[in-house]
Each structure stands twice: as C-alpha cells, then as structure tokens.
Design a protein around this ligand. Structure first.
Ligand SMILES: CC(C)(COP(=O)(O)OP(=O)(O)OC[C@H]1O[C@@H](n2cnc3c(N)ncnc32)[C@H](O)[C@@H]1OP(=O)(O)O)[C@@H](O)C(=O)NCCC(=O)NCCS
Length: 179
C-alpha cells in the first residue's frame, strides 16, 4: 500500500464517472464495518444517479482516481432529492436558531466522503477535501454534515477539521469552518 501516493489523481467529478461513484457507494454499505448501525456508515439513503449528476454540475464533487478508476469521492449535497437532505436542512436551521451554528453564514448542508477500503489510510480523504475546497472557491463559510454515532471513522473526520456541534439521536452534527 505504501508508495502509492503519487499514483492518486484528485480531479473534479464529471457526470461520466457517476457509474463508478454509485458502485463505490454501494460497495461501502455492502461491507459494513461493525458496528455500523441500522443505516450503515453512510447515513441516510443512497444518492441516486440524478442526485450525483446535479451535484457534479454544481461543481461540488471531487474524486480520486487510481489507475483511471474512482477509488474515493468527497461531495457536498445541497441539491439532491434525498430525504436526508431535507432532514439536514431542518437540523441546520434549528441549530442556527439555537445559536449552535453561526447565523448569517453560508452553510453547505451535507457532506459525504467515501474511500475504497483498499485505499484507506493513504491520505486520500485529506487530499479529496483539499481539492473540494479549491473547487468551491470560497462559496461557503462553513460545511455541515452528519456522521452516525456508530461510525468508527469519526476520529478521521476530526483530524480533517470537522467538529461535533450537536447530537441528534444516533447522528452527530459536524461543522467544518472555512472562514
Ligand atoms: C472516513 C474515510 C473517508 C477516511 O478516508 P481515508 O482516505 O482513509 O483518510 P486519510 O488517510 O486521508 O486520513 C485522514 C486522517 O484521519 C486519520 N484516520 C483515517 N482513518 C482513520 C480511522 N479509521 N480511525 C482513526 N483515524 C483515522 C488519518 O490518520 C488522518 O489523520 P493524519 O493525516 O493527521 O494522520 C474512510 O475511512 C471511509 O471511506 N470510510 C467509510 C465511509 C465513511 O464512513 N464516510 C463518512 C460518512 S460521510
């Protein structure tokens, strides 16, 4: 595994890569680390082809290629038709009302990151997040997201700058402040 770093290419996600992204998303919830919780480690239902297309078109999707195959992605979901996004929108609004999240901030509602198990612990998600932030060009003041309280990779997200701001049932609400 070591020495692969230079073989990873971080690029903006294109609609042509969507079949690979769907495969990666599915693979992940098919091989859950234990304990993963009832919904798997990717909280909320899976994103669809159409969801990923609109996210790619909004330039809020970054992928990692290894030998021309997608081995990881980092995305912001502000546009999907998923129930999870509706729930995130409500949760973020509640947190702003309660003063847990800053008011008058441009907050992206939901983030999701997946790295193929064979490529984890190689710095891929760190590089994906850096690539995504470059793509965003200052569009947001902070990024919100949730992580299942069952997800064992919480420390990985905290190492990348995500902070727990609230806990709702079996989900932590995380914030990554950019400004
Ligand atoms: C979470 C995930 C994206 C991390 O990706 P990754 O490419 O392996 O992460 P990186 O190698 O870039 O590591 C980032 C930091 O987290 C740490 N880290 C990575 N995996 C970790 C783990 N399982 N436990 C603790 N720390 C971890 C790394 O040491 C690194 O910190 P450092 O640079 O200060 O040493 C990956 O494990 C994954 O896809 N998990 C399943 C999907 C998931 O849970 N997504 C989150 C819900 S949206």
């Amino acid at each position: 595994m070591k020495g692969r770093e230079s073989a990873y290419r971080i690029v903006p996600g294109q609609p042509a890569l969507i079949p690979d992204l769907l495969r990666l998303q599915r693979t992940l919830n098919d091989h859950l680390p234990s304990p993963a919780g009832p919904e798997g480690v990717l909280f909320g239902e899976a994103l669809t082809w159409e969801d990923l297309q609109v996210i790619a078109e909004a330039d809020e999707l970054t992928v990692c290629l290894f030998e021309e195959r997608v081995v990881g992605y980092y995305l912001l979901d502000n546009y999907s038709r998923s129930r999870a996004l509706i729930w995130h929108r409500r949760m973020v609004a509640n947190c702003v009302d309660l003063g847990v999240l800053p008011a008058l901030h441009a907050i992206s509602l939901r983030a999701q990151c997946v790295v193929d198990a064979r490529h984890q612990r190689q710095g891929v998600s760190r590089r994906l997040l850096a690539g995504l932030l470059t793509q965003l060009k200052g569009r947001y003041d902070s990024l919100a997201g949730t992580i299942s309280t069952f997800n064992p990779t919480l420390p990985a997200h905290q190492r990348l700058g995500w902070q727990i701001r609230a806990t709702f049932g079996d989900a932590h609400l995380l914030l990554h402040e950019l400004k």
